[in-house]
Design a protein around this ligand. Sequence first.
Ligand code: NSS
Length: 443
Amino acid sequence: MIITLLSNINYSDFKMANYLIKDIINDNYLNEEVILKGWVYRIRGSNKRIFLLLRDPSNIIQCVIEKESDESLYKLAKKITIESSIEISGVVKKDERSPIGYELHIKKLKIIGLAEPFPITKDQSIEYLLDKRHLWLRSRKLISIMKIRSTVLQSAREWFNKNGFIEVSTPMIITAACEGGATLFNLNYFNHKAYLTQSSQLYLEALIYSLGRVYVIAPSFRAEKSRTVRHLTEFWHLEAEQPFCDNEQNMKYQEELIEYIIKSVREINKNELKILNRDKLPEIKKPFPRIKYDEAIETLQKKGVNIMWGNDLGTEEEKILTLNNRLPIFIYNYPKKVKGFYHKPDDNNPEVVNCADLLAPEGHGEIIGGGQRIHDKELLIKRIKEENLDINEYEWYIDLRKYGTVPHSGFGLGVERVIKWICGLDHIRDAIPFPRTINRVYP
Ligand code: NSS
């Protein structure tokens, strides 16, 4: 770290102040001297004055240094480079042209870490920016997204806590696949075969017998071989499970949760939505339309899509179904062969299961997958065998149907998928600080 001090500045009055830009951009601080710490976002100058934009975690403020009022300060400021960390003391002034309405007239300046030439400039390729992700995270866009991400997680927790769900933790190293073998990451676990989990669902199912309503927020891992704008190999999964609950009730909980999350983001993240050009994110009110899988297939066929009953819906199909929607939609009762072994077959038609996917509007597509689970032991064993899964690996899971089995349902929400929708992103990778995709595990 380089510390640059200028002898004629008295640093004894630099205190460890905890001001953030957001705290001081109001009339209470007008003409007051405040101390701020942060990074230099932009800098430009003339031979009379220097304007620098100071960024801290809360906002960006323009700071002015006049050569005429303090030449040594001006000289020091001339040395500053983009992304240097600095501490400043300055007087808050009104500035009609500023988007935040205020600017700072610098009185004192300390360079804490003089930055080398910052490698991120305009017009760089996406791949280059992903290589420099650890630095690109300082961009306005990513800062705004990460703040919204925090609200999504925080508000979801709030909603679960308000509704009597208990937060639990589940293992990430597992032996029994939840969503089929195709996307499992293998792990050599002291010479035993193990995997990284694709979903915490099976473990949540075990926990409902002791805790009732439960939820977990944890990573899930999928060796997704397809390169799409909505698949990560490591994503954050918000999963919930509850006893004495059918698919219909399960959908009602999802609607409420989504309504709550969107309301929170609209209230808390007005600035961030604006920066992302997403201030038009509409209010989302339940109930969401419910469309039977059969009907969805018919709609797609009428639109000329080459799809048959029995096919799963992919990125393209979901895009077509949701492009012009304002609300999310549920698609329910999928064919059993395109869904996990654990789904409960429908009483009237065992070829379909009591499940539902929730698809986000504006073409974003699936954000939640959920449904009612098989609670009958024999039926579960039959389905495990039909899917050619190793029954021994599921012994503990079958046990749950032996001791006080109960109808139960749950769902899994892809956190980055929801953020992609809320922020209106083209690609899911920007919904997480350090994305993991088929061709990227660095940085
Ligand atoms: O495969 S899911 O549809 N369902 C499950 O995993 C259930 N076991 C969840 C449960 O009922 N507890 O995945 C759930 C959601 C899905 O809707 C997506 O939003 C998200 O998880 N998901 C993903 N997000 C990002 N990348 C990938 N690869 C991905 N796969 C699923």
